[in-house]
Design a protein around this ligand. Structure first.
Ligand SMILES: CC(C)(COP(=O)(O)OP(=O)(O)OC[C@H]1O[C@@H](n2cnc3c(N)ncnc32)[C@H](O)[C@@H]1OP(=O)(O)O)[C@@H](O)C(=O)NCCC(=O)NCCS
Length: 221
């Protein structure tokens, strides 16, 4: 593989950034569904979907339709979550990346450039409270054919260096328990789990939850 470089976003990267973002979000929909299938309360739902139509109507066809109905209901939360995430991203920060990320203090957006092709990205936004001045890591994506080569680790370090240069105390981020590879990545880089997991009733049907991480910048570097 030729060597890649990390550089700031330019307008010509827009189409490719959107493609990587959309496909990277879509791939979590089946994972969220499988997570739902592993939840014991959903086994009960599946058994009810199978048995109830059978004992009430005696129809095997309705019984099969009952199971399909439950499977459909378990597919929906992950699908709706990630499709909403795509719609919101494209309508908000990713609509005009230059304006949103490259013209304001504490914001930035980098892409991974491999021989002129964008194969990954990451963004930074401020997370400033009266007590703390931190950077939030956002939009971490690596195109699927280029994964497992340490690119995301370099992207994490890019954001950590940015936080250090801008005088921030930590890098924070939120992800979901569905994004297992992302969680392994953050833990490998040295991020620590922070706030307790927040559940939302609709997402908790499939066992989906938010997970927050924090990387404290050592004060002596
Ligand atoms: C998460 C993601 C960015 C990782 O990108 P990547 O370039 O493949 O990651 P790296 O090669 O830098 O791997 C870094 C570490 O992450 C973990 N990791 C990454 N992919 C993994 C996988 N498939 N299985 C297990 N661990 C994995 C490992 O700990 C790895 O370190 P190691 O190779 O030294 O063991 C990529 O899979 C992706 O874009 N996923 C879809 C989008 C997404 O979920 N983004 C996160 C938003 S919060």
């Amino acid at each position: 593989m030729s060597s890649y470089s990390i550089r700031l976003y330019t307008e010509s990267d827009r189409r490719r950034v959107h493609e990587i973002f959309i496909s990277g979000c879509h791939e979590h929909i089946p994972t969220a569904f499988y997570l739902g299938l592993r939840q014991p309360h959903n086994w009960l739902l599946l058994v009810l979907g199978l048995v109830l139509p059978l004992v009430t109507t005696g129809s095997v066809v309705l019984s099969i339709l009952g199971v399909i109905g439950v499977l459909f209901v378990l597919w929906l939360p992950g699908r709706e979550f990630y499709l909403y995430h795509i719609r919101r991203g494209l309508a908000k920060d990713l609509k005009d990346i230059r304006k949103h990320y490259l013209q304001r203090e504490y914001y930035s957006f980098w892409v991974v450039d491999l021989d002129g092709e964008v194969i990954g990205m990451v963004a930074a936004i401020p997370a400033i409270t009266p007590q703390e001045k931190n950077i939030e890591l956002k939009r971490m994506f690596v195109a699927d054919h280029h994964r497992g080569k340490g690119i995301a680790k370099v992207l994490c370090r890019t954001v950590i260096d940015f936080a250090r240069r801008t005088g921030c105390g930590a890098v924070v981020l939120s992800t979901t328990n569905v994004q297992v590879h992302a969680r392994c990545l953050y833990e490998k880089v040295g991020f620590k789990r922070t706030a307790p997991t927040e559940y939302n009733a609709w997402l908790s049907l499939v066992g989906m939850a938010w997970v927050s991480y924090r990387y404290d910048i050592p004060s002596d570097t």
